[in-house]
Design a protein around this ligand. Structure first.
Ligand SMILES: C[S@@+](CC[C@H](N)C(=O)[O-])C[C@H]1O[C@@H](n2cnc3c(N)ncnc32)[C@H](O)[C@@H]1O
Length: 294
């Protein structure tokens, strides 16, 4: 969505399609993702105060995070439900749960914006978590209202979102290299109030969203992630596989994908460290958490 005329229905259709197109990529590059983000799942579960035996909802779980990490934490007495807009993502999450032998986690296709995130009923979850997805919701107040309704009184919600664009050199490098190689229109930043990768990167707005949603004891905390890769090609392959916005750019000139990959790999060389790894400067990210006062 690039103009002031925001059409939530059309946006939703494109979100579902774009994420579905990356679902197999998420499966294939799962190890690269989790090498960076495993600790984010752990951080979210800590902030949502998740304990053994609890019932936890993971909104926009993709191929199953933090749901699968939570399943280990709550143990056989606990129950996890993971939901996502994309049926392709959910199928892979279910498959992964089976492969891991986890009997305490189920998944369902659910649109968080419909405020039905807690389709099991109201006030049934001890905790709700959401990793890297809150910023994509077309109706954030509606989604937060649904999350609050799904929580038991006193239950905690925790989410992670990316920080400001100028503190995300990885994205600037990948997108810059693609735009420098392919003749495609640069993605414009959505106007304030519309969803997008960086739409919740302002900590004041992020806090305001949770406070307006009726959460108590709201906390917004920065955390850094250092992205590192064995090669620029590994970076390109990972981003091309999992990033819906990057894929939308590449899809405009599919025959030039290899040229774009080479350009990203070349651009990443500026971050080659003395130990041989491609290592980006720390990125800014935010944890937001709050309690359902009842
Ligand atoms: C960046 S991925 C994060 C997936 C997962 N939480 C993780 O961290 O690995 C964003 C996910 O949000 C999902 N999503 C986007 N809009 C949604 C909505 N309205 N309701 C539910 N899921 C949505 C997408 O399908 C996608 O799987």
């Amino acid at each position: 969505m690039t103009t002031g005329e925001f059409d939530p229905a059309a946006y939703k259709v494109s979100q579902e399609r774009e994420w579905t197109e990356t679902a197999e990529g998420w499966r294939e590059y799962h190890e690269v993702s989790e090498r960076h983000w495993r600790r984010v799942s752990v951080g979210l579960l800590e902030r949502a105060r998740v304990k053994s035996g609890q019932r936890v909802l993971d909104v926009a779980t993709g191929i199953g995070e933090p749901a699968l990490t939570a399943a280990g934490l709550v143990g056989p007495e606990g129950r996890i439900v993971g939901t996502d807009l994309s049926a392709a993502m959910i199928r892979i999450a279910e498959q992964r749960a089976r492969e891991l032998g986890l009997g305490n986690v189920t998944f369902s296709v659910t649109d968080a914006d419909t405020a039905q995130v807690g389709s099991a009923g109201e006030r049934v979850y001890d905790a709700v978590v959401c990793r890297w997805a809150l910023m994509f919701f077309a109706d954030l107040p509606g989604a937060l209202a649904g999350i609050r309704r799904a929580l038991k009184p006193g239950g905690w919600f925790a989410a992670s979102v990316v920080g400001r664009a100028d503190r995300y050199p990885l994205v600037a490098t990948v997108v810059g290299a693609i735009l420098g190689t392919l003749e495609v229109a640069p993605p414009s930043m959505p106007p304030p109030g519309q969803p997008g990768f960086f739409s919740l990167s302002d900590p004041v707005a992020l806090r305001g969203a949770l406070v307006s949603g009726g959460f108590a004891d709201v906390s917004v905390e920065p955390f850094e992630l250092v992205y590192e890769f064995i090669s620029g090609e590994e970076l390109a392959d990972w981003q091309f596989a999992i990033s819906a916005p990057v894929n939308a750019l590449l899809a405009q000139v599919p025959q030039r994908r290899a040229a774009a990959r080479a350009a990203v790999a070349r651009a990443a060389e500026q971050f080659r460290a003395s130990d041989g790894m491609i290592r980006f400067p720390p990125t800014e990210n935010w944890y937001a958490s709050g309690r359902n006062p009842g």
